[in-house]
Design a protein around this ligand. Structure first.
Ligand code: SF4
Ligand code: FES
Length: 170
């Protein structure tokens, strides 16, 4: 296990550093690819298991079964994850020294996409420039997950609170 320190800016303007890979992060491999899961980024949008329950089954342990579907099908579903909690890398691209083991996030859409998540946030995927209510641009990110319910403690970002409050939104 290794750690990368990243800095992120909070909506209030403060910065803080966090470990991009923490002890809860998980890796699953079928020998051809490795799927990385970052639970801190997972908003439980259910996309992965609605698409491919044979691989992503939250009722099972481990919850990811890399033998449940062909590699290309797993990649297809990993790329649908709205927050990049899931990502993948081909094992041949992972070096032994571990330095490049952090997955390259390569799923930013060439055509920008805005997805309205049922009962959840707005997910912007692509090269967006988003201006906050203070008139300042939000920190550039490949994926923005913006709160639609108003209950997040990290506004304008979704922090998963919509699930606790039972927010309904088509
Ligand atoms: S698709 Fe991504 S965010 Fe949604 S439940 Fe799966 S891992 Fe979590
Ligand atoms: S939409 Fe997720 S916390 Fe509001």
């Amino acid at each position: 296990m290794f750690f990368i320190i990243e800095t992120i800016e909070l909506p209030c303007g403060y910065y803080f550093k966090y470990k991009a890979m923490d002890k809860n992060d998980r890796e699953y491999t079928n020998g051809e690819i490795t799927v990385f899961w970052k639970p801190a980024k997972c908003i439980h949008a259910t996309t992965c298991y609605r698409e491919l329950i044979e691989v992503f089954n939250p009722r099972k342990r481990p919850w990811v079964n890399m033998n449940g579907a062909p590699t290309e099908e797993i990649i297809r579903v990993v790329k649908l994850c709205p927050t990049q909690a899931l990502s993948f890398k081909y094992n041949k691209d992972i070096t032994d020294n571990g330095k490049s083991k952090e997955p390259t996030i390569d799923s930013a859409h060439e055509i920008p996409e805005l997805r309205v998540m049922k009962d959840g946030p707005l997910v912007f995927n692509g090269n967006f420039e988003i201006t906050g209510t203070d008139g300042q641009l939000l920190k550039p990110m490949k994926i923005y997950s913006l709160c639609r319910c108003g209950a997040s403690d990290k506004l304008p970002y979704c922090d998963g609170t919509h699930r606790k409050t039972g927010f309904k939104g088509k």
